[in-house]
Design a protein around this ligand. Structure first.
Ligand code: 13P
Length: 393
């Protein structure tokens, strides 16, 4: 074969239906064979560190505190207790959360918004150092939010890939060790094949870029609670979305041992006629995850998505009643912050009580991660749902 001339087919060539000779077909296969057989993927500079970071976040009895609201969304939280959306008020609120003594017993990572990553306490201690002292990994939201997706059924896509590598490198220098990118899929809007593909591809590109810069990517395609569909429909859509996400993660050579997932739980739509029990939600959610998520992935950190604090904890507890291939835990924003805000009310004299309220929720979810939570004695506030139609984060 080595002496074969590629420029001219042998005189004996036979032409088959499609007009290509056996020779031509063999030649056209050559580059494909070469592509598949060689060129192993280089191990990234951060491979070991990424695995360690992901393991530390997915450690028993701990989960993530998500406080990465954009300034606009943080403003809505502050407005709910009558505070103005100023940098000082955002800092005061984040200081309350991030300096809670003993938080690291239940919380292994905190997702911050860019402003918070660079902020310090009033006393001048960097927030990232407050977290480090509690053995909590600082994380950073790196997506640039959702915009309408042209050509779809009024669906969205998530921006933020431009300049992402250099931003990740800067965030790493500032102390961040993991990242978050949240995109959404809407069941009532379809979802269209285009929107699912775009969500999955964007997540995969982001994940590869984050790993290349030392940040463990949290992969979050949130399937919104909006809609009146049954739980079976959510299961079907979630399976489709996660299969595409893993397809593109693999295509982008993302190292599965160095990622974390942030799925929504598989529940009926928020406007469905009947509610599902924690056992039903756990069964459907685990069915979906076992069908789609390889055991190489260290942790599944659920979002709360508008469930009440207690619902989110009960559902997590139900998922931890028997061993899972991955650490199954929480990465809640609304379901960890609601009681805290209501207790604080923006008053300095309520800071202690508000920090205690945070510890109550963090401990409840820690127990749920271990499958040992009981809802006995939960406060009324913890039972209030927080679902909002068309919620933006
Ligand atoms: P919720 O727990 O409020 O749904 O927050 C989701 C999220 O992506 C926060 O990082």
């Amino acid at each position: 074969m080595a002496s074969m001339k590629l420029s001219a087919p042998p005189a004996t060539s036979q032409w088959i239906g499609g007009g290509r000779s056996t020779f031509e077909r063999r030649v056209s296969l050559l580059p494909m064979v070469r592509r598949g057989a060689v060129a192993p993927i280089r191990a990234g500079a951060y491979t070991d560190e990424l695995v360690q970071t992901a393991k530390s976040i997915a450690s028993p009895g701990r989960g993530i505190l998500a406080i990465d609201e954009s300034n606009a969304t943080c403003g809505k939280r502050l407005a709910s207790i009558g505070l103005d959306n100023t940098e000082t008020n955002r800092q005061a609120y984040r200081q309350l959360l991030l300096t809670t003594p003993g938080l690291g017993d239940y919380i292994s990572g905190a997702i911050l918004f860019e402003e918070t990553l660079y902020q310090s306490t009033i006393g001048g201690k960097k927030f990232v150092d407050c977290l480090r002292d509690e053995n909590i990994m600082p994380g950073i939201k790196v997506d640039k939010g959702l915009v309408p997706l042209p050509g779809s059924n009024n669906e969205s896509w998530c921006q933020g890939l431009d300049g992402l590598a250099s931003r990740c490198a800067e965030y790493y220098k500032q102390g961040a060790r993991f990242a978050k990118w949240r995109t959404v899929v809407s069941i009532p809007c379809g979802p269209s094949a285009l929107a699912v593909k775009e969500a999955a591809w964007g997540l995969a590109r982001y994940a590869a870029i984050s790993q290349d810069n030392g940040l463990v990517p949290i992969v979050e395609p949130e399937i919104l609670l909006d809609g009146d569909h049954a739980i079976e429909r959510t299961l079907e859509v979630a399976e489709k979305v996660w299969s595409e996400v893993f397809f593109y993660l693999a295509e982008n050579n993302v190292m599965f041992e160095g990622i974390l997932l942030k799925p929504s739980m598989v529940t009926p739509g928020a406007e469905h006629k009947a509610k599902a029990s924690p056992e039903t939600i756990a069964k459907h959610t685990l069915t979906m995850l076992k069908r789609r998520v390889p055991p190489a992935v260290p942790g599944i950190m659920f979002l709360s998505g508008g469930q009440s604090e207690m619902e989110a904890t009960l559902n997590l507890n139900a998922m931890n009643q028997s061993p899972n291939p991955w650490h199954v835990s929480f990465s809640y924003a609304r379901a960890l912050q609601n009681s805290v805000l209501k207790t604080w009310k923006g008053l300095p004299e309520n800071i202690d009580a508000a920090q205690k309220a945070l510890l109550v929720r963090a401990k409840a979810n820690s127990l749920a991660q271990l499958g040992r939570y009981s809802a006995d004695g939960e406060a009324e506030e913890a039972k209030k749902g927080m679902f909002q139609k068309g919620y933006t984060y």
